[in-house]
Design a protein around this ligand. Structure first.
Ligand SMILES: [Zn+2]
Ligand SMILES: [Zn+2]
Length: 183
């Protein structure tokens, strides 16, 4: 039996981890476990940008890959970046084993809106499914409603659904079937 692991990167609320765990099991039809938390990602901090390098966190998450892991998804709560972009919601290895997302930019209160727990959770699910979708070889999709559409901003995230479009869904099924052969 192999699992998708959700790995807290630093201190992350249990509730949101459980929400993600359930959503991932339902979407990918693979058992999902929450792993023990990793340390706060101070090693990834860039003091000029005042942000955290997502690639360094991705490497760290990959380095703790449990033996029975099919995939690992790191869940951080810091502002992530890659050198080419102002920020990222997450990062993943296309067709690889690891992905990372951050909850940091997903809370309405960061943009002076009132807190909305439900909206926050839905955004987190979309980002988790999107990044894990990349690990199952899905690339960005032109359909703005598809979960694999690239989010340049939260408005893009809010437009898309938590599910892949029919074309991405069938690619995902193929990819999951291939995985099935080696479990
Ligand atoms: Zn993407
Ligand atoms: Zn699609």
């Amino acid at each position: 039996m192999r699992y998708i692991y959700v790995v807290p990167v630093g201190e992350i609320e249990q509730d949101i981890l459980e929400t993600l765990r359930e959503a991932i099991e339902k979407r990918f039809k693979v058992k999902c476990k929450v792993a023990d938390p990793l340390e706060h990602p101070g090693y990834a901090y860039d003091s000029h940008r005042r942000q955290y390098g997502s690639t360094a966190i991705l490497r760290k998450v990959k380095s703790i890959l449990p033996r029975d892991a099919l995939r690992v998804l790191g869940v951080a709560d810091v502002d992530l970046y890659v050198p080419e972009l102002n920020f990222v919601f997450g990062e993943a290895e296309i067709g690889g084993e690891s992905a990372v997302i951050s909850l940091y930019r997903l809370r309405p209160e960061l943009y002076s809106s009132s807190p909305d727990e439900k909206l926050f959770r839905i955004r987190a699910i979309k980002e988790a499914v999107h990044e894990l979708g990349h690990t199952f070889s899905l690339r960005h999709c032109p359909d703005p409603k598809c979960v694999m559409h690239f989010s340049n901003s939260l408005a893009d995230t809010d437009i898309k659904s938590t599910d892949p479009c029919p074309r991405c869904e069938s690619e995902l099924s193929l990819s999951l079937e291939r995985v099935g052969f080696w479990v």
